[in-house]
Ligand binder design. Structure first.
Ligand SMILES: N[C@@H](CCC(=O)N[C@@H](CS)C(=O)NCC(=O)O)C(=O)O
Length: 212
């Protein structure tokens, strides 16, 4: 397998965690976002969306981190990242999408650049925007976990799922922008527990060969 990845990309980190958790080896292909390598023709030929990550397996190119993780789970099912019960699966997807669909897209690189380039946001405005959506999203995640009361060491009971795989990189992003995290004790307990596992620590951003 080949993974097109950028060290600081939280969506790439999700896929790196999933690969590590399943013990799957891959060749990294580094795509620098600051250098705009994701918009170069050679990368667009791989992933026309111009986003990282992209995974190549058996000659197929896969894009969108949640689709990639679900693919990996179907083709390499052990250990699983989605539970068997349909209701549990929907719950794990729902928690994953709080991160993947409600937080991350609003704080993506191109959104922040547009706010600064087109709407003259200062660095302070940008950071306030970023922290606002982190706070909304993590509060929603915390409330969901507390209402369901189905968490244990991880988002769903005692096994790692895709929801944990999404949660951890989002906390790395939040810390990078100095977002206050004390209002999300359940989320943070799960984060700390995940960070005791090699599958989460080995692929962390600053351990990556392309980290600068
Ligand atoms: N929904 C996509 C988002 C992918 C994405 O936006 N990746 C970011 C890095 S975390 C990126 O490539 N951003 C480039 C840009 O915004 O120009 C996924 O989950 O894979």
């Amino acid at each position: 397998m080949e993974l097109y990845t950028f060290f600081r990309s939280s969506t790439s980190y999700r896929v790196r965690i999933a690969l590590a958790y399943k013990g799957l080896a891959y060749d990294p292909r580094f795509v620098s976002l600051p250098k705009m390598e994701h918009k170069r023709d050679d990368y667009l030929a791989v992933n026309p969306q111009g986003l990282v990550p992209a995974l190549v397996d058996g000659g197929h190119v896969l894009s969108q981190s949640l689709a990639i993780i679900e693919y990996l789970d179907e083709v390499y099912p052990a250990p699983p990242l989605l539970p068997e019960d349909p209701f549990d699966r929907a719950y794990v997807r729902s928690l994953s999408q709080i991160v993947g669909c409600e937080i991350h897209p609003l704080n993506n690189v191109r959104v922040l650049k547009y706010l600064q380039g087109r709407w003259s946001f200062s660095d302070a405005d940008r950071d306030e925007w970023y922290r606002h959506w982190i706070a909304e999203g993590l509060a929603s995640l915390e409330r969901s976990l507390l209402r369901e009361q189905r968490h244990g060491a991880f988002c769903l009971g005692e096994e790692v799922t895709m929801a944990d795989v999404c949660l951890v990189p989002q906390i790395f992003n939040a810390r990078r922008f100095d977002c206050p995290l004390e209002d999300y004790p359940t989320v943070m307990r799960i984060f700390e527990r995940c960070m005791t596992l090699d599958a989460f620590t080995a692929p962390r951003p600053n351990s990556q060969p392309d980290a600068v």
